[in-house]
Structures are given as C-alpha cells and as structure tokens.
Write a protein that binds this ligand. Sequence first.
Ligand code: NOJ
Length: 765
Amino acid sequence: MADIEMSINLSKTGRRLLKFFYFAFLLIVSISNYSCQQVQSKNNDIESKVTSLLSKMTLEEKIGQMTQIDPIAMSADQINKAVRNGNYGSFLNVSGVEKINALQKLAMEESRLKIPLIIGRDVIHGYRTIFPIPLAMASTWNPEIVKKAFRISSIEASSQGIKWTFAPMIDITWDPRWGRIAEGCGEDPYLASAFAKAMVEGIQGEQLTDPKAVAACAKHFVGYGFAEGGRDYNTTYISEPMLRNVVLKPFKAAKDAGALTFMSAFNDLNGVPTSGNEFTLRQVLRKEWKYDGMVVSDWGSIAEMISHGYCADEKEAALKAITAGVDMEMSGTTYLKNLKTLINEGKVDLAMIDEAVKNILTLKFKLGLFENPYVNPEAEKQMLSPEFLDHARIVARQSTVMLKNDPNTLPLSARISSVAVIGPLADAPRDQLGTWVFDGKAENSVTPLTAIKAVLGNPKVNFAAGLKYSRDKSKSGFAEAIAAAKKSQAILFFAGEEWILSGEGQSRGEINLPGVQEELIEALSKTGKPLIVVVMAGRPLAIGKVVEKSNALLYAWHGGSMAGPALADLIFGKESPSGKLPVTFVKGSGQIPFYYYHNMTGRPANAKSWTPIDSIPVINSQASLGYKSFHLDYGFTPLFPFGYGLSYTTFKYSDLKLSSTEMSKNGNLTVKASILNAGNVDADEIVQLYIRDRVGSITRPVKELKGFKRIHLKSRETVGVTFELPASSLEFFNGKGNVIEPGEFDVWIGPNSDEGLHGEFAIKN
Ligand code: NOJ
C-alpha cells in the first residue's frame, strides 16, 4: 500500500528518473546476459573444435600432447623431427622469438594435425624487469600493484614466445629454513589468497586471446611448503582440517580467479605423492571445486614416485599419475613410454587419455594459439621500459619493512655530509635479484651503492664492502670498513644472503646472517655512529642480535632490479616505509614453526610464567618452572609478529565500532575504526582485521586475518576504515564438514597481529 501511494505521489521528474533507472537496469541486465552468452558460445565453440580434433588424433599423437620436455639435451634435428611427428605438446625452457617462431612454424605447417606447441617457463617475479621476490611482494599487502607487476612480467615473457608461466607459487609455509619460502606469499591463508588472485589475474590479463596473455599455473598442489624440517622435497603430513582451512585456501582462490593450469607437487602428502594423489587432484580439485583446467606434474615428479617407494616402476608411476588426473607430464617420459601399453592391457581407459588431451587442447584454444601461434618480433621492444622499471621501484619500496627506528635515525637528510656504505649486499647486482631468475640480468640491476651515490654524489659516499659476499668469513676487510664508518656521519650496512642461499633445493638449517656479518655489524656499532642495517635476503632471518646492535633496520628482502633506488627513496625520506611482515620472524631456528594463527594450548604462557634459562636457580623442585608452553631459551613470543612494520609517522587507532554485537549464520557485520596519522609525514598504513572464534567443535586459532586495507594518510589526517565481515567468512572445516558455528567471537582492528582495538560479537543460531 505504502509503495502504491509513493508512486502516485511521485513528481514528473521523479517518474522520468524512475523510467531512466528502469531502462538502464534493463540495459545492464541484457548486456551482462549477452556477454554471458558470448562466453558460453565461445566455450561451446572451443569444445566442438576440441572434440573434432580429438577424433582425428592417433593414440601416439594424444600421448605426445601429454608430454612436455626441456629439449636442452636434444640436437636441432631431433627437436625438429619430434615437432613434425607431434611427439610433444609442450616445451619448457626454450626462449627467444626466432627459435619459438621456427618451432611453431614446424608444428603448424609440417605436423599432421597442425597443433601448436605451448611454451612454458618459470617467470616467477619478473622476466627481464625483475620485481622483488614473491615473499617481498606479499609484504606490500597491496594486491593491485602486485597484479600490475605480474602483468608486466607477462608482457615481457610473451614478447619472447612464452605463453605459460609456472606461477604463482602459493604454497603456505611456516618454515623459514625452507628455501622456497622466498617464492611464496608467507604464512597466512587469507593474505596468500588475496595475492593468488592478483597474481593469476595479472599473469593472464583480461583477454586470454590477447598475444600478451600468459597462462598461469597454481603450484605446487599441494602441501609442499610443509616439508618436514624445512628440508626441500621432504615428506609432509597435514591433517585434513589444516589442509582445508589453511593450505588449500590460496589454491581455491587461484582456481576462482581462473588459473588455467595447476601443477602437482614433489612431496608426498600423508603418504601419497601429490603427483599420484587422487584425493587432492580428483576429489578436491576436480570434483569439489569443479576445476576444468589442465594439470601438469612438477619436473620429473611422476617418475619420482618410484623413489618415494609408492610405485615399483615407471609404468606403475604413469598409471597412478593418469589415474589421479595429471594431464601433462613435465620433463619425463613415463607417459610416452607406458600409456599405450597400459591402454592395451586395459589398465587405463581411453576416456582418461581423452580427458587429459581435451584439457590440454582447450588450453591451447583458449590462449588463441591455433589462430595466432607466432610472436611478433616488435613486441620485445617494451622490455625494461621506464614504466616497467618505475613499477619495480614502487613494488620494492612498498615491500620493504622497517623493523626498528631509534628516534631520529631514519630518514637521513639528503644533505648529510657523508655516509659509509658497507656490507656484502651493498653492491651485489645479481644477489639483489633473488632466486628464480632465468632472464633477468645483473647488468640491469641498480644497486644500493649506485643509488645512494646518485642521491648524495660520489664524494660523500665512503664505500668499503668489508665482506666480499654474504658467507665470507675473512675479516681482512673489517679495518677498511671500520675506517670508512669512522669518517662518516652515518653507517648504512647492507647485510643479507646471496641469492643462491634461498629458492628450490636451497634450504638452511640455521637461519642467521651467513658468514661473519654479525661480527662486522658489532664492530661497526662500537664506532658510536648511527648504524642503519638493511637486510636483503630470501627468507626471514633470525636477526635478533642485529636488531640489538643497530639503530634502525629495514628488511628489504631480495628487491629485484630496482632495489637500490627504492631503498634510497626510503633511506632519504622521499617516502615512508610501509611494508608489513607476511611471516612471523623467529628468534632462532629452534622456534620453528611459529605462526600467529596457532591453536590455543591448554597451558598458554604469559610474561609471568616464563623463567628464562639463565634465571633458573641451580637448586630446583620438579614443578618450579610452572609447566607452561614456552622455550626456556626463547620464551613464548617471536622476534617480530606477523603483520608488523613501522613507519616514519605514528598511527593512532580509535573508535572501534561494530554494526551489531550479533549476527545470524547468513548475516554480515561491518567493523569500523578511525586511524589518525599523528606524525609530520604523509604515509601509508596497512590496517588489519582479525577475529578469534572462542569455542569450536575443534580447537580454533588464537587469531585469524579476515581483512586488510592499505590506506594513505596525510600528516594529521584521520581516516575511517570499514570492513565487511560476513558470517560466511567464519566458516571452517571441522573434520566432518564445513561449519559456521554459533558462539562468541573476538574481533580486532590493528596495525599487526599482536596489537589492535578489541571488540566482541556472537553468531546466533
Ligand atoms: C621444479 C620446480 O619445483 C617448479 O616450481 C618449476 O616450475 C619446475 N621445476 C620447472 O622449472
């Protein structure tokens, strides 16, 4: 009734407006229907092309499509013959416009069915313009700039004929000993999921048929980051709740973002190698998630199931991999040599082969490779363009995390009369690029030394590396470094790890600064000059002693081609540091694993309950240490918590407000707070939202990240930040199914996982 009255009372303009919105609404609905129909008809079109092609293929040609090789050991004649015969569907590690165009020409003109090859390569954090390592990119908490970084990587890579990259690597890990921590997005499933989406979207671009689009590959599926002892390739045991609540999350996000391919991993998971794992590949990926993309095995991982002791020989390995749903074998010939026999013996159904080939051909059609298999030689002109390098500088800047700043240490004035630049990473162009760099060039790196000289001018910079490389144990350069420090107003020490100390197969047992860097830092601290340490490393190192000895500390990871200028921007205050940690920093290896969202123990420790090892009296009774959960030597807190990072200004959080103190299982809350930039410089802050589910049908994490926002605040400005917290985001897997459980929850909005404004709410039945 009220509605009718309202429409009767509407003015003429009101009626016109209503009409306008009605027609606009109809237009939007029909446009979106039209584009859905277009996508649908394109998919149908691809499906019918795939079906028709499949019907013409011999079994040998099908198995060829299912095989990817690195032709490094093959002669040009062998390669050409194999392409003509359709022996391989894909190559990896081939690059260069001419080479790839020639191979495609052979495939398109001289092979029987004219199926283009797809060329894959590891383009993990940049092709020629190298961005910070992915763990550093995650420290930006800025998916938008990371998406653009991956777009740039794809533009450069595709200009060389690469249409498939083995990225993003989205393995959650809690172990900084594991060398591959460098390649992922850290410890948190929510943060990693946000980056998984951004990376996939950046890699693939908006139009898959665009020559600049590249297929993404979500890897390594799954659990690889939980290698026991942080030793690469080691066995993993992950409970199903942990798998579903943590490890699988970023992969689901990658799938939802449209990742065209997935890679099965090297590890065995709960006793079953992941390249032969029907539970993860068929049950979770295909059945539950309805993934219709393509799955490739990691390098040689099908045959490695023999070494795992899961298969007796290559034939069994091929059988288990195809049964589990691996479509393409990377760098191995178990499919090539055994699938035909397995079919003839009736152990593999032809339908399984057809399904795999269908997935592979669909990928090639989606990328437009049949219509446009060649690379335009003009495209490579964009490589290392100023815009790309600028973006690399922005990402490196935002990925640097300031962990300490005694008052008035940083920023340095650009009018400072002299600085000492010391340390093995100060002028190490290759090391700053980090791991997984095949195509980036050290000569395109701008090092901190070069960048600082550009700001201050040569004469004001007293450079003495002190150590030749990070593991250098010779102290012969100490005297020169100390002399440089003594004649300077401030010391900039560039510490860290060489690139080769992190990445695949590059795990470490101890995660301190290698060599005698700590000793040199200690000696320099004795000069009494302000000591600024910049750590450039592939993992979160145990840097407690360095923090003590320094006046300021920037954690810059391996920052890529433009690490130097980015660091100079921060050191001289052109911009404030704004990165925050995507991983917990431990005090030492013995504290691993330490991650912020652990479950609460029955015996939590607090400041009163911990007796540090050196304070324990010599004469004791059995119960004198209180039986709480801590290490006698490390205590119970990490060195720096997840989400931590300082700025040149201070932010004050106030006015936490919840839209309600309760919601239903279908409900939604908004949670707000005000953030004041209380200092004198404009800066970015990363505002974080955490919750705790107090009681659950299984024990729940003490905190979980459920939202974050990077905001820019002018000096003295206050900004209100609002988060949506739908009840659905509180769902978890409890061992039997996914549940949203009624009960009480804590909520925090804060600057890191350890601090924040606190509120409470409840979920009602
Ligand atoms: C092995 C690595 O685990 C994987 O990440 C990479 O993509 C392949 N090799 C190809 O290089």
